[in-house]
Design a protein. Structure first.
Length: 373
């Protein structure tokens, strides 16, 4: 209260609405909700550019390529947002991957990711610049940050999208994601609130080739003391071990499904992966059966991958699995059921018993290698 009047500090207000019923008796504070198709002044397509070890993450680059396509369709600029302690040097990389401008919020207080200060900074930038669309990765960081931002600015968020597009009739963002346990693909739109927000899992979208000749504008952004308020205390960080499974980086993946029949079949598939120098993947059914550990799981509830070569052994091709590997450069499917859905997505289809096919593949690979030697 200032001079017996209710005054709102917009730097701290999260628009939660808690003050409205308290002050309703005096009609001191009134909240108006906007309805209808809200178009913003600038209408840029934004990407929250996640970083790791001083570099843009792969999903950030993938999203910048898609943002470029969406922005071109809408006839608006594409922009990247960098938040951290020392991220200004990545601005040109963001531009090279498709951005027209880069918003850089840099402060030593943002050296480590924490969702509260990062969300405060990003929400304030959204309020100041009014983007039409905001995209982020469905990663550990993106899943912590983007929902909090959506609540702060009171807009919707579609998580784990597998495809993004623009409705030519309305200009709305078409956000496609698996629904009802992955049994269907639903396309969602946000008609009434802005920005339209979506997260996309890594390796679902194609990563564009960077163009180092592209030029753009870098916009330095102030970080306020209030933005850095944080209720979380940093205790310890344990990096991933060298021997841990990292399917994201694998160029060749050989996956075992429920059709392998059990641990013996999985071991055979693992031998094929070893012969190819590949990583071992698995379907959810094989993991749920206890034949393979969860870190190897590919699909909607596992890891989304985009290798150069993906070999599916005894995998029928349920949509939950397909959304996790359908962007692979080359897909080879081995299944004894000629009607298996996986064949609709395979570049090479092998109809046969994997206990006959896989040993022969291993023999041919070893034969070829011994011939080269």
């Amino acid at each position: 209260m200032v001079d017996r009047k209710a005054v709102i500090d917009y730097d701290k207000c999260t628009v939660c609405g808690a003050c409205v019923p308290i002050c309703r008796k005096f009609e001191a504070i009134v909240m108006h909700e906007a309805h209808g198709d809200i178009r913003t002044s600038e209408g840029d397509v934004w990407v929250f550019c996640e970083t790791e070890d001083g570099c843009l993450t792969s999903v950030a680059c993938e999203l910048l390529g898609t943002a470029r396509e969406l922005a071109d369709t809408l006839g608006v600029p594409a922009a990247g947002v960098l938040i951290g302690a020392d991220v200004a040097g990545l601005a040109q990389d963001v531009i090279a991957h498709g951005a027209d401008r880069v918003y850089v919020a840099q402060d030593t207080g943002l050296a480590r990711f924490s969702d509260e200060p990062f969300a405060a900074v990003l929400a304030r930038l959204i309020g100041e610049h009014q983007p039409e669309i905001l995209l982020g990765g469905a990663t550990a960081i993106g899943r912590a940050l983007l929902p909090r931002v959506a609540v702060l600015i009171q807009t919707g968020l579609t998580a784990d999208c597998t495809e993004l597009g623009i409705d030519p009739a309305t200009g709305l963002l078409l956000q496609t994601r698996p629904a009802f346990g992955g049994n269907i693909l639903a396309t969602i739109t946000c008609e009434s609130y802005r920005p339209q927000m979506a997260t996309v899992r890594p390796a679902v979208l194609r990563r564009p080739d960077p163009d180092p000749t592209r030029t753009g504008t870098v916009v330095p952004c102030d970080v306020r003391k209030a933005d850095l308020a944080n209720s979380i205390e940093w205790l310890q960080f344990t990096p991933k071990g060298q021997g841990d499974v990292d399917l994201h980086q694998a160029e060749i993946i050989v996956s075992a499904g429920y059709g392998t029949g059990g641990p013996e079949g999985v071991a055979l598939v693992a031998d094929l992966a070893k012969a190819l120098g590949a990583s071992l993947g698995a379907s959810r059914a094989a993991v749920d059966a206890g034949w393979v550990e969860y870190p190897h799981q590919v699909g909607q509830t596992g890891t989304t991958v985009q290798p150069k070569l993906y070999i599916a052994c005894g995998i029928s091709g349920a949509i939950q699995h397909l959304v996790g590997m359908q962007s692979s450069d080359t897909i080879v499917a081995i299944n004894r059921d000629p009607e298996a859905p996986i064949f609709d997505h395979a570049d090479f289809a092998v109809v046969g018993d994997l206990f006959d096919v896989v040993p022969e593949l291993i023999r041919q690979i070893e034969k070829a290698r011994s011939g080269e030697a």
